[in-house]
Design a binder for this molecule. Structure first.
Ligand code: GLA
Length: 392
């Protein structure tokens, strides 16, 4: 098992090599794991993620002009752009997250200035732990800090700008959860986000519980197209229910009882998609109550029910994820386990008694490779602090 902590000296050294000067600040954007509330954010619903200790770091030095010079340690690539001439780059995809954030912040009216920066991260890429949101949020804070604009926007507004960067500049139709938790997470807390009002509440993460994340290392190639299809299915559910429930604007507004009453109006597949979203919203709120009273068995039940619903009704699990989840649940001290993130591969998360993380990892390493022929990765993490800028 590996737990990543900050490790800035190589970043600073690389900056000096690249730019012949020392960086002044570091912007840090963490990845996230979602405890429960999957595929609810774009339905105006509730989510309950935690920020991870794994993050994307951007050491930077403001410039006097509008040039941005960036170097990525992992890609070993350097890229330069002008804040007045932003353009999608097909060859260096990582640059689009940074450019997109500059575009969105300038659209908000922020007067940005250029910077030199070196980027490095240890959030596994393409694994459903939000490495993209981590890069967007680190970039947003670096640009805002360099321009002396740290107080120009509220936290939710920064998260929305980063989401817009991903939706409109990068071209990925994600919800608000990942950017929001990366920015506003807090140590030893989960964050209940109301994705309609963008109101949020920190929920203390019990000291007698730990999280283990299992990375299936399975390709998520289906994730993009299926994600958009699920969004459309939810929208068509709302459109059909609107005929009898004229006040609803999203599945957030529908109760389980209403859904059952009007079952016949919906295409059977659309009905199951709606049933997942409606029941998942209810599970998030029940999980928050259970966490507050320290009822970890109930939290585990909710996580397990979430996985079944994502597998059977929303159909975003995969064989690899189901095997991972079963391996996790077989370990002593595991309260519950579920896929986390968009699905179709990526990671699963388990809630476990502290001190029994290794036993859970052992169970994964014992069962998962035999069943899949793939060697997984396992991470432990406490709920970590959200994004920040520090002086070097
Ligand atoms: C991805 C998206 C999020 C959210 C999850 C599913 O991580 O980026 O906005 O929709 O999938 O819960």
């Amino acid at each position: 098992m590996n737990q990543a902590e900050g490790d800035n000296p190589p970043l600073i050294e690389t900056f000096v090599q690249q730019f012949d000067a020392a960086p002044i600040h570091i912007a840090i954007g963490p990845g996230r794991v979602n405890l429960i509330g999957e595929h609810t954010d774009y339905n105006d619903g509730f989510v309950l993620p935690v920020a991870l200790k794994r993050d994307v770091r951007l050491v930077f030095r403001p410039r006097a002009d509008r040039r941005v010079r960036l170097h990525s340690v992992e890609y070993d690539e350097t890229f330069e752009f002008d804040l007045d001439r932003l353009a999608y780059n097909k060859a260096m995809l990582w640059t689009n997250y940074v450019q997109g954030v500059a575009w969105a912040l300038q659209q908000e009216g922020l007067p940005l200035i250029g910077l030199d920066g070196v980027i490095s991260g240890n959030v596994p890429r393409g694994s459903g732990l939000s490495s993209s949101a981590a890069l967007e949020i680190a970039s947003a804070l670096a640009f805002m800090h360099a321009a002396g604009q740290m107080d120009a926007l509220t936290g939710p507004q920064v998260a929305q700008a980063a989401q817009r960067a991903e939706n409109q500049f990068v071209g990925v139709n994600c919800g608000i959860m990942d950017q929001f938790i990366s920015l506003l997470g807090a140590e030893n807390h989960a964050l209940l986000i109301d994705c309609r009002s963008l109101g949020y509440e920190l929920v203390p993460f019990p000291a007698n519980a730990a999280l283990v994340i299992g990375n299936t290392k399975a390709s998520r190639s289906l994730a993009g197209s299926a994600y958009n299809q699920r969004r459309q299915e939810c929208e068509s559910g709302v459109a059909a229910l609107h005929a009898v429930l004229p006040d609803i604007t999203a599945l957030r507004d529908v109760t389980s009882a209403q859904l059952e009453t009007h079952h016949a109006l919906l295409d059977p597949t659309v009905y199951r998609r709606c049933r997942h979203v409606v029941s998942e919203n209810e599970r998030v709120l029940q999980t928050v109550e259970a966490l507050k009273r320290g009822d970890l068995a109930r939290v585990g039940e909710m996580m397990n029910a979430s996985h079944e619903s994502l597998r059977n009704d929303y159909e975003v699990s995969s064989e690899a994820l189901d095997i991972m989840v079963a391996a996790m649940r077989s370990a002593p001290g595991c309260y519950g386990a579920r896929l986390t993130g968009a699905g179709f591969g990526g990671c699963a998360v388990a809630l476990v008694d502290p001190g029994r993380e290794q036993a859970l990892a052992d169970a994964i390493f014992e069962h998962y490779p035999k069943a899949t022929n793939v060697w997984p990765e396992v991470y432990t993490s406490r709920a970590a602090q959200g994004a920040r800028v520090e002086s070097l």
